[in-house]
Write a protein that binds this ligand. Structure first.
Ligand code: ATP
Ligand code: MG
Length: 413
């Protein structure tokens, strides 16, 4: 038997309502904040991500599905959406056309070690806002997150940080590197390498030994420039006004290189080691770095699988409302076309084309249908249908022309 690949999951009909529910809530919220849906390709040129996400990030170093296509072009299954949106923004000149806020609900691909909360194909619910440098956009991004989590009744913590910009970050990186160099022997192998290529990443390492070292490392908050500091202070002032509980965690650097100033993570304690539900921040330089004109930007992506794991949803596994059962050959065509009429009224219906009445009833029960419509010789003659309510165990004959309205209204006692 051929099975699916590790880290790739089927989403089966029994769980699909939950997915649709989460996605509908998010779409409604995104659109109410003025975001427009964008869909971009699953496959992009590999350099889009190495140039944006950053060459020495885990994503680019270890996690990308990159391969040569038949035309010898290096291509990548998208590991995230921000770079794709920025590419589309520049390619189609979207800001000039009056579009500046986008959202997506899309699968992403990362070659990670599959475990709880960590898949190789997973889904991002993300938004990106372009063109406005003001802290109100950062606040708006946070508000969207809070709205979603409130609607889904999910409890979380919010951690924020200021990671500076290309003017102030280099000085901090220098100081951090000097500090870490002295303790190099205590760091894991990955971090020893990161020390030379991208020391900030060491702050992000989840290993206990590295965490001990970074606990007393110099704080980026002491090194950011006035512009970054003011922006961050303003965001904090707005979050306080919005009654968002947050803590400043100067170790948050995010797994991508393109952020500037405000970054955040929203974390749940109910998810084990993979507790980050949503993450994002400001990235004022990325549009320019990818070849567009300088455009400030801010966005986030939430992990749909992790949100779904967190929120309670009473499953509704009914997928058929009515089952139409002809009894005898003569009733076949009539029943088939009656089923068609129910479907035209969006009553989810199944036509039983063979077998006994008993087996039809068994099927109806297994499908958790509410209604069974039985059409035999007598019913045909009288232009009636025997309508049975399986939930209430009542059955009555009703006129064919009244069937739909009775199904809508329910059978009288
Ligand atoms: P992590 O620290 O968990 O690896 P990340 O920094 O790589 O997260 P982002 O790239 O910012 O995550 O993606 C945003 C969100 O997408 C994460 O907070 C998480 O909820 C979700 N996510 C990221 N990678 C995966 C994955 N492999 N499987 C499932 N969800 C994921
Ligand atoms: Mg990751």
């Amino acid at each position: 038997m051929i099975q699916s690949l590790p880290g790739f999951k089927d989403i089966l009909p029994a769980e699909i309502r939950k997915w649709q529910f989460v996605e509908n809530i998010c779409r409604d919220i995104f659109e109410s904040f003025g975001y427009q849906e964008i869909r971009f390709p699953v496959l992009e040129k590999a350099q889009l991500f190495s140039r944006s996400v950053g060459n020495d990030t885990d994503i680019v170093q270890k996690e990308m599905y990159t391969f040569k296509d038949k035309g010898d072009q290096s291509v990548t299954l998208r590991p995230e959406g921000t770079a794709c949106v920025v590419r589309a923004l520049i390619q189609h000149n979207l800001i000039y056309k009056g579009m500046h806020k986008f959202y997506y609900v899309a699968p992403m691909f990362r070659y990670e070690r599959p475990q709880r909360g960590r898949l190789r194909e997973f889904h991002h619910l993300g938004v990106e806002a372009f063109g406005d440098p003001s802290p109100y956009v950062d606040a708006e991004i946070m508000e969207i997150n809070m709205e979603i989590l409130k609607k889904l009744n999910v409890d979380v913590r919010v951690e924020i940080n200021n990671i500076g910009c290309k003017k102030c970050r280099p000085l901090y990186i220098k100081v951090l590197k000097e500090y870490l160099m002295e303790k190099k022997g205590l760091l894991c192998e990955d971090c020893q390498r990161r020390l030379n290529t991208n020391p900030l990443r060491v702050l992000d390492c989840k290993k206990e030994s590295c965490r001990k070292v970074t606990a007393s490392a110099p704080s980026i908050l002491d090194y950011v420039c006035n512009e970054c500091k003011n922006h961050f202070n303003e965001v904090q002032r707005l979050l306080t006004k919005m009654k968002v509980d947050f803590v400043v965690n100067d170790k948050i650097v995010r797994g991508l290189d393109y952020y500037t100033s405000f970054v955040f993570e929203i974390i749940s304690d109910r998810l084990g080691a993979q507790g980050t539900v949503s993450a994002g921040g400001r990235y004022n330089d990325l549009v320019e770095e990818l070849g567009g004109s300088p455009t400030p930007a801010c966005g986030f992506a939430a992990g749909e699988e992790r949100i779904i794991e967190l929120f309670d949803y009473k499953e509704d596994d009914r997928f058929v409302d009515a089952v139409v059962v002809p009894v005898g050959k003569d009733a076949m065509d009539f029943s088939f076309f009656l089923t068609e009429n129910l479907r035209k009224e969006y009553i989810r219906s199944e036509f039983i084309s063979s077998g006994s009445l008993k087996s039809a009833l068994r099927k109806a029960n297994r499908w958790k249908a509410k209604w069974v419509l039985i059409i035999g010789e007598d019913e045909m003659k009288e232009d009636m249908v025997s309508l049975r309510d399986l939930e209430r165990s009542v059955q009555k004959k009703v006129k064919v022309k009244d069937v739909i309205s009775v199904i809508r209204r329910g059978l009288d006692e």
